[in-house]
Design a protein around this ligand. Sequence first.
Ligand code: NAD
Ligand code: UGA
Length: 443
Amino acid sequence: MKSIAIIGAGYVGLVSGACFSDLGNKVTCVDINEQRIANLNKGMMPIFEPGLEELVRRNVGAKRLYFTTSYEEALTDAEYVFIAVGTPSDVDGQADLRYVRMAAESIADVMDHYLIIVNKSTVPVGTGDWLAEIVRSRRPDVPDFDVVSCPEFLREGAAISDFMNPDRVILGSTNREAAERVAQVHLPLRTKLMLTDLRTAEMVKYASNAFLATKISFINEIANICEALGADVKEVAYGMGLDRRIGHAFLDAGLGWGGSCFPKDVKALASMAEVESRHPHLLHAVMDINRDQRHSPLRKIENFLGRDLRGTVIGILGLSFKPNTDDMREAPSLEIIRNLQRKGAAVRAYDPVAMENAKRLLSDVEMMGSPYEVADGADALVLVTEWNEFKNLDLARVKESMRQPILVDGRNIYDPVAAGNLGFQYSGIGRGYEGRGTKHPLD
Ligand code: NAD
Ligand code: UGA
């Protein structure tokens, strides 16, 4: 059993804390948000993440997992302190490190024995050295400490299983012994461990997120070309993915990538390059394609209607940036809805879990109790987030209740031919054969 403190009880901190405690360690999570800690101590989760509530309950019950607002309490007997605070974009697109700085200062203020400070937040290359400098200059008297970078690769909605079954754990430090000690904590995960230097570990995280975002923008660009030339991007992606050098993952064309990480991390990487007078052409193209992708539903609805959107009612299925989360950060739905409203449409929406969070960010959107209520009397439906419950909708019932049967499938979950046969004016993303009749070309 190791004694671990985690700074920040958000997606990464809370999930890491719950998982490390489940692996038999004693974990104390610290957060400056008093309400969050009070709720966690009552068993109330601050986020929707499948399996999290039960995992937290089990480990709190076993007296391995604790929540506090006190750094002193959390660090008393800690051997490792993991930083997992937010690193949002600042106005210039660079990572805002104010929470990391605060965390480092608070650690320094209470530290009274050797500690390994492990940074899990996504931070610009060089931050590990900067962090060490903050602690050293604030507490020249402390026994000693080491800084290890251990970037996190979990995805929201699948966070627990991603944490427990990672493809790799990257550990960067100037002190190999410290990195090896952090490796010990990860041994039960039975995964590949890569030990490297601090800056390289920090860069692995940005390069990985930027590459995944690039894959998605690439397939979205191909989707737009498919649409013009009459090919089907779903089958194109499948055919490409059969090549083991390419693979199938992250080749789902759609309304573009959102969330709390890809947008800010691609921007931050581009900024890092620009500060060093490098020109990140590819990263800019990746961001541009993503921005354009969000305009496609509006364009498609206007094409089907043959007029502008004034006086129409548009229904939105799914609000969160991806399924299985209530996270609305940089959700494509936000921009899509605001653009529809700007063009004069009245918007109504349904999401299984994100409506409360969405209400805080959107105005004049009528939140409905089910997808069928959204469809009733609507002029068009836009599927924005591919929640499972939308995959088996009774589309005949949906079509019957709509004022006009326009269906824009922003995540390609419906069969274009079947939708066409039901009488929908259907458009997916990059499904080029959809306008060619009521039969699949190979039937
Ligand atoms: P989050 O916003 O969900 O949580 C951050 C938490 O830190 C909040 O509860 C906040 O109150 C707390 N906090 C802020 N300053 C603090 C301080 N000085 N002391 C104690 N607590 C403090 O953030 P997140 O989504 O968990 O992201 C954290 C970091 O991990 C970011 O750098 C992010 O890029 C990275 N990351 C996130 C994910 C993800 O899926 N969300 C995955 C991998 C990496
Ligand atoms: C992403 C990465 O996948 C994680 O490895 C990383 O740890 C995390 O960012 C982070 O650094 O925070 P996450 O944002 O939770 O995880 O979700 P993803 O599943 O990667 O989806 C991101 C966005 O891309 C979503 O909007 C999703 O709809 C979109 N996407 C994903 C596609 O449009 N097509 C795809 O094929 C895959």
